[in-house]
Design a protein around this ligand. Structure first.
Ligand code: ADP
Length: 380
């Protein structure tokens, strides 16, 4: 069942202009929509359609998949603008991302690419900007208790002004089908983007999203090479579970590789949160990031304050000797599993970006457990 709601747009407000590409349910068009964005008479949009031959069930599945996006309102997550569920064909109206998906975009920037738009490969500044935008979209999703599970360059989209955003969910399994693998009777899995714990136990958390973010950084730095090229999916599975990591390319800037290194900590709790990632690169981001990012929004600040207050309340009975503090921090992280306390803008979480932190990527090889901030703590 799909019940029309405030997202419903009258069909006569829509005009299709040209094909953008084939989606899993049907063709996606570029088009124009009247009055779908406040203050805009006409907006250029992407219009997703369902094949005429689709069953009622498929149409509802298509609408329900799109409906997930109704919950989100973030500059760095591709926006749903409306739905035409009444009559045929069923349409879903999305923010138009004229430069397509990030994977194809990065490949087009290779010097020998046929469709190179005449641009040089991205500079470190541009790559960092992409990282910040993706981390901001992910930080927003995480704050809304949403675990992506399939973060990859193919699932990010590039806008006309080159802003990178998290794309709508459930897309692109068709175009890049070699990026997915069916593991022992399970659904298709993006094994090359998956963390060791997701590969082992099928557990996905914000921490495993951070691992995938590290792989996206690697895709950005390599102009979308295939991760673990030359290895079979089964080999990748074993390699990653045993602590293997993607190689650093010679041309990869230090700061970008440092972010990858942190995102690929074997222990999920030692990986930085998306907020911490933005915190660490914010000085290198374009000034306009401050105006549009979730990271700088009131919504983010108030949520952080709430979480910090909750954490402080829970800390009241913490004994004050350093060793028990460490234990408490570890168990607090356990309690939050998947939803760690995030440090907001202005609050620095000590430990996470310590350059002296050893490069630990083997189980049991951890030396510096991540310490959550404790009130009046002098121990970390
Ligand atoms: P689906 O989610 O239905 O499988 P996809 O997201 O894979 O569809 O999209 C199919 C094609 O449409 C791809 O070429 C993709 O780049 C393009 N596309 C999808 N969404 C947008 C958008 N918001 N803006 C621009 N192009 C888009």
């Amino acid at each position: 069942m799909y019940v029309p709601d405030e997202w419903e747009v009258p069909r006569e407000k829509m005009t299709m202009c040209r094909e953008l590409g084939q989606g899993s349910f049907g063709m996606v068009y570029e088009g124009i929509a009247k009055c779908v964005v406040k203050g805009d008479m006409e907006t250029q949009v992407a219009i997703k359609t369902v094949n005429e031959s689709a069953s009622m069930r498929e149409r509802i599945e298509f609408l329900n998949e799109a409906s997930v996006m109704k919950e989100f309102n973030c500059h760095h997550v591709v926006r749903l603008l409306g739905v035409v569920s009444q009559g045929q064909p069923t349409l879903v109206i999305m923010e138009l991302m004229t430069r397509g998906d990030l994977k194809s975009y990065l490949r087009s920037l290779r010097p020998d690419a046929e469709n190179n738009p005449g641009q040089p490969p991205p500079t470190l500044k541009k790559m960092t900007q992409m990282a910040g935008e993706i981390a901001d979209g992910m930080s927003y999703l995480n704050a809304n208790k949403f675990v992506h599970r399939d973060l990859a360059a193919r699932n990010c989209m590039v806008a006309e002004d080159y802003t990178v955003k998290i794309g709508d969910f459930g897309m692109t399994r068709d175009i890049y089908e070699t990026d997915y693998y069916r593991k022992g009777g399970k659904g298709l899995l993006p094994v090359r983007w998956m963390s060791p714990e997701s590969l082992k136990d099928g557990v996905f958390t914000t921490n495993s999203d951070v691992w995938s973010f590290g792989v996206v950084l690697w895709e950005i730095a390599t102009l979308a090479e295939q991760p673990y090229q030359g290895m079979s999916n089964e080999q990748v599975l074993r390699f990653v579970m045993e602590g293997g990591l993607l190689e650093r390319q010679e041309s990869c800037p230090d700061s970008l590789f440092e972010l990858m290194r942190l995102s690929w900590q074997y222990n999920p709790k030692m990986r930085p949160s998306f907020t911490e990632i933005i915190q660490s690169i914010k000085v290198d981001l374009e000034p306009c990031f401050k105006e549009v990012a979730y990271f700088y929004s009131e919504e983010c600040k108030s949520r952080d304050q709430e979480e910090f207050d909750m954490e402080t309340e829970n800390m009241e009975s913490v004994p004050l000797d350093p060793s028990s503090m460490l234990q408490h921090a570890a168990s607090a992280a356990d309690k939050h599993s998947g939803h760690k306390v995030e440090n907001g803008p202005g609050i620095v979480l000590r430990g996470s970006f310590d350059e002296r932190q050893p490069y630990t990527h083997m189980n049991g090889g951890r030396k510096n457990e991540k310490v959550l901030p404790l009130p009046q703590s002098t121990a970390c």
